[in-house]
Design a protein around this ligand. Structure first.
Ligand code: SAM
Length: 244
């Protein structure tokens, strides 16, 4: 049985996919999806030897070697252009995720769906998707074992998507007269902000506490850079408070 987090990612993989799961660790996601008959083929990519061996063992033990190819390599280096149509990357930071996608751009030819679950730095993933013409389709948020995770799904952009994506992140005013900046939308998620699930509030309440702590630390110093950073964080806190 998958964790709630991996199950939610699995639920977003379209039937009949050829999948690449990058940073697959024990290859739990591709093995589950192959067993369920959701995917027809998968590449499980791993850069580290330990997880690579764990993935290899798992696929062998499940008798899935014909369907799942376990490959050792950095990011998208493990796939050929056109080989897969869906990519999942889960359980790493958003900046690493964005750099993996950026470095492997050439490999995204023929990829129609990206399902991404950054542990932190979701804004960097949204920023990359927006800049590269991907269409953010949906956002989900969940809590498991006291941790909160977001899952972002994007589809390959078509002509005309650029303006819809610009609209998704457009600065706008809330009924109460509060301005929601593009920066806040990238940080907090345009769909999550609209749907405002309970867990999303919990997340931002806890982020606000962290930011207040950082602000407090910075205020102990009188260095110009610290003062400036503290002011910036104070503004960020104010904006987040207004949005939630
Ligand atoms: N995707 C699984 C999940 O969500 O449960 C495993 C997440 S695990 C915390 C992150 C995995 O990403 C590790 O096994 C690590 O070795 C792998 N990883 C980190 N950087 C990578 C890269 N540049 N290319 C491929 N795998 C990478």
């Amino acid at each position: 049985k998958l964790s709630k987090r991996l199950q939610m990612i699995a639920d977003r993989v379209p039937l009949g996919s050829k999948l690449a799961d990058i940073g697959s660790d024990h290859a739990l996601l591709p093995t589950y999806l192959a067993q369920q008959g959701v995917i027809v083929f998968a590449v499980a990519g791993e850069v580290n030897p330990g997880p690579f061996e764990a993935a290899t063992r798992q696929v062998l033990e499940c008798g899935l070697s014909k369907k799942i190819s376990v490959r050792s390599g950095d990011g998208l280096a493990v796939i050929e252009p056109g080989e897969v149509n869906v990519i999942t990357i889960a359980g790493m930071g958003g900046s690493l995720m964005a750099s993996i996608l950026e470095a492997g751009k050439r490999k995204l030819e023929g990829v129609t769906h990206l399902i991404l679950q950054p542990n932190v730095g979701e804004d960097q993933v949204r920023r990359w998707l927006l800049a590269e013409g991907w269409k953010l389709d949906a956002e989900a948020i969940l809590e498991e074992d006291g941790k909160i995770y977001e899952i972002l799904t994007a589809t390959a952009g078509h002509a005309g998507d650029k303006s819809s994506q610009e609209a998704l992140y457009a600065e706008h005013m809330l009924p109460g007269g509060v301005t929601v900046t593009r920066e806040r939308l990238l940080q907090m998620g345009p769909y999550l902000m609209k749907e405002a699930p309970e867990v999303w509030f919990t997340k931002w309440e806890s982020e606000l506490k962290k930011l207040a702590m950082i602000e407090g630390q910075l205020k102990l110093s009188s260095a110009d850079a610290s003062v400036a950073k503290a002011e910036q964080i104070a503004q960020e806190i104010k904006e987040i408070e207004e949005v939630i």
